[in-house]
Design a protein around this ligand. Structure first.
Ligand code: ZN
Length: 307
C-alpha cells in the first residue's frame, strides 16, 4: 500500500506515538479527518485541504485573504476597534478584561471579525472574515459593529459583500449587548439589499448560535465549505444542557438537504464560485430593465408580506 502511495508522489508518514513526540514543531500536521501525518507545506499549498480525505482545516486570516482577494489588493478597515469590558464580567475566575489581551495574542487580531476592502478577479468587494481563535469567534459589540459597517461600506461604495462566518455564537461576556448585534447587522444587511448590492455569505467550520441566526443566513447566496459544522449550538453547550443531537444534523450537507444553504463549495472552487456569482449580479444590476424588474419584484414581495 505504501509503495502505491509513494508511486503517486504522496508525501506521508506513519509514525508510532513516541516518534510523533520527536517531530520538529511546525513541520508535520495530523489531518483532523483521516489522522494521517502530512507536511504542513503540502497542506498549506492545497489551501489546507487534506489531499487524502478532503478535510477542510481552518485557514488563518492571511490565508483566507489570499483565497478570496487579488494579490496586493487587501486593505483592512476599522483595524483599531477593540472590545471593552463594560460589565466588568468575570467567568471561571477570570475577568473579561484579562481575557481580551490573551485572545488578541492567540488570534493576532483585536476582535473576532476582520474587515477590509479588496478586489476579487478585478471586482471591488468588501470582505469580512471571522476569527475562531479570538474567544471562539464569538460576537460582541465591536464584532457586530464591524459586520454592520462592512455592509454600510459595501452599500455606499457599491462593492459586493463577502462574509466568511465561523463563530461560536454571541459573546456571553457582553450580555444583552452581544444579542443586539444580530439586529444591528441584520438591519444594515437589509439596507444593503435595498441598495441592490449583492452579499455572498460563506459558512466555514464551525458556525453556531446568533451568527447562524443573523448574517450567516442572510446572504443573497449562502455557501458552505464541505463538512462545516453549522447549527444552533456547539457540542460543549449541548453537553452542558444534556442534549444529544445526531452529529450529522449540524453539518453543511444536512443543512443543504434541508434548504438552509444554496451550495456546498470546496475551497479549491470557492474563489471562482464567489467571483462568478458577483459578476452575475453585477451584469444583472448594470442593465436598467433588469434593475426595474428587480425593484418591481421587491415591491411585490413587500406587499405580499404585509397583506
Ligand atoms: Zn485527511
Amino acid at each position: 500500500m505504501d509503495l502505491i502511495r509513494r508511486a503517486r508522489g504522496e508525501r506521508f508518514k506513519t509514525l508510532d506515538k513516541h516518534e510523533v513526540n520527536k517531530l520538529p514543531d511546525g513541520m508535520w500536521e495530523k489531518c483532523h479527518g483521516c489522522r494521517e501525518l502530512m507536511y504542513v507545506k503540502d497542506l498549506d499549498a492545497n489551501w489546507r485541504v487534506c489531499p487524502r480525505c478532503g478535510y477542510h482545516h481552518r485557514l488563518s486570516v492571511d490565508q483566507r485573504v489570499a483565497l478570496l482577494t487579488d494579490a496586493g489588493s487587501w486593505q483592512e478597515v476599522e483595524h483599531d476597534l477593540r472590545p471593552v469590558d463594560t460589565l466588568d464580567f468575570t467567568i471561571r475566575g477570570k475577568r473579561y478584561a484579562q481575557r481580551l489581551p490573551e485572545a488578541e495574542a492567540a488570534a493576532g487580531t483585536l476582535e473576532a471579525v476582520v474587515t477590509g476592502r479588496a478586489t476579487l478577479e478585478g471586482l471591488p468587494v468588501i470582505l469580512g472574515i471571522m476569527v475562531m481563535e479570538f474567544l471562539g469567534g464569538t460576537v460582541g459589540a465591536v464584532a457586530g459593529e464591524k459586520v454592520a459597517r462592512a455592509a454600510e461600506h459595501a452599500a455606499a461604495e457599491r462593492r459586493g459583500l463577502i462574509i466568511v462566518s465561523q463563530s461560536g455564537g454571541m459573546r456571553l461576556h457582553e450580555g444583552t449587548t452581544s444579542l443586539m448585534q444580530m439586529a444591528k447587522a441584520s438591519a444594515a444587511l437589509a439596507r444593503l439589499d435595498r441598495a441592490g448590492v449583492p452579499y455572498i455569505s460563506v459558512l466555514a467550520d464551525q458556525t453556531y448560535g446568533g451568527t447562524t441566526a443573523s448574517w450567516a443566513s442572510l446572504g443573497d447566496v449562502i455557501l458552505a465549505e464541505p463538512g462545516a459544522r453549522i447549527g444552533f449550538s456547539g457540542p460543549r453547550v449541548n453537553q452542558a444542557v444534556k442534549v444529544k443531537l445526531p452529529e450529522e444534523t449540524q453539518r453543511a450537507e444536512f443543512m443543504l438537504e434541508h434548504g438552509m444553504l444554496d451550495a456546498i463549495t470546496p475551497r479549491s472552487e470557492m474563489r471562482q464560485t464567489v467571483a462568478t456569482l458577483l459578476r452575475h449580479y453585477r451584469l444583472n444590476l448594470a442593465s436598467e430593465p433588469a434593475r426595474a424588474l428587480l425593484a418591481a419584484g421587491r415591491t411585490m414581495g413587500r406587499g405580499s408580506q404585509t397583506a
